[in-house]
Design a protein around this ligand. Structure first.
Ligand SMILES: [Mg+2]
Length: 270
């Protein structure tokens, strides 16, 4: 079986405060249902994996979290989007509520929720994906052999901008691409006037040159491919550790779904 593991806050829903204790504060992104429908139609088991330290911290109870998840599932079901399994980690070592105020492997980047999912479904990691807006999501994915997507929703934009700034500096230093090129790249990455589709194309080819995309090829060619750049060690150092290096950086979960659709088609052809 193949699965898509998906972070919750900032990936499928808005994350303005960090802790969502009630359905009234839970707002799905408008594109989430479509993304999940794509995963459903491609035959993936869809699994939410969410750190919910608000339980350890005493901000809400497991019962209250359960209500939020019921609401999430219902809202998605209204749009024919199906979630197979919702996993969460209630732990945090700095919490105040026993027995949750401990270090626990279920808290991402720990692998506990991955193993929990394996108990339920015979998932092949090599055919599966992880999508999230935090580096610990990426680390969770990479450690468990999942192709991992960083989305630029939620906290993901900050993570990505830091990466772009870092690599832009490296790029400028090496002066292998023209200033004009670098400007337009940065403009595209930072500004929303670029369409989702274009951004997808850029990101897709940035990370995996084998995906061919029309348009933006010249930008793509220079951006993340080796001629830009940064040696592998430099690129990796833009993230805290090598294991945090995402395979793809995309606008949002729907962009991830569209890239996964392409990857699945390519696998079919092989
Ligand atoms: Mg998140």
């Amino acid at each position: 079986m193949k699965a898509v593991f998906i972070d919750r806050d900032g990936t499928i829903n808005e994350d303005p405060v960090g802790y969502i204790s009630s359905p009234k504060d839970f707002k799905l992104f408008p594109f989430t249902a479509e993304a999940i429908r794509i995963f459903n139609s491609l035959g993936f088991i869809v699994i939410i994996v969410s750190n919910q330290s608000g339980i350890a911290r005493g901000f809400f109870t497991e019962a209250e979290l359960g209500k939020v998840h019921e609401y999430m599932i219902e809202e998605l079901a209204k749009e024919n989007a199906h979630i197979d399994l919702v996993l969460y980690s209630p732990y945090h070592p700095k919490g105040c509520v026993e027995p949750f105020n401990i270090e626990h492997n279920s808290r991402k980047p720990g692998s506990g929720m991955f193993y929990e999912a394996l108990k339920k479904y015979p998932i092949k990691a090599s055919q599966s994906y992880m999508i999230g807006d935090g580096l610990f999501d990426i680390e969770f994915g990479k450690k468990n052999g999942l192709v991992s997507f960083l989305v630029k929703t939620g906290a993901g934009l900050d993570v990505w901008v830091a990466e772009v700034e870092r690599t832009s500096v490296l790029t400028a230093r090496k002066s292998e691409i023209s200033v004009t090129g670098a400007d337009s790249i940065n403009a595209s990455l930072r500004k929303s006037e670029i369409s989702a589709t274009e951004a997808d194309s850029i990101n897709a080819s940035l990370r995996k040159s084998e995906i061919s995309v029309t348009g933006a090829d010249s930008i793509n060619a220079s951006l993340l491919k080796s001629e830009i750049s940064t040696t592998d060690s430099e690129r990796t150092s833009a993230f805290p550790t090598g294991v945090c290096q995402p395979d793809f950086v995309v606008e949002n979960i729907l962009s991830a779904a569209n890239v996964i659709k392409i990857l699945e088609k390519q696998k079919e052809k092989q």
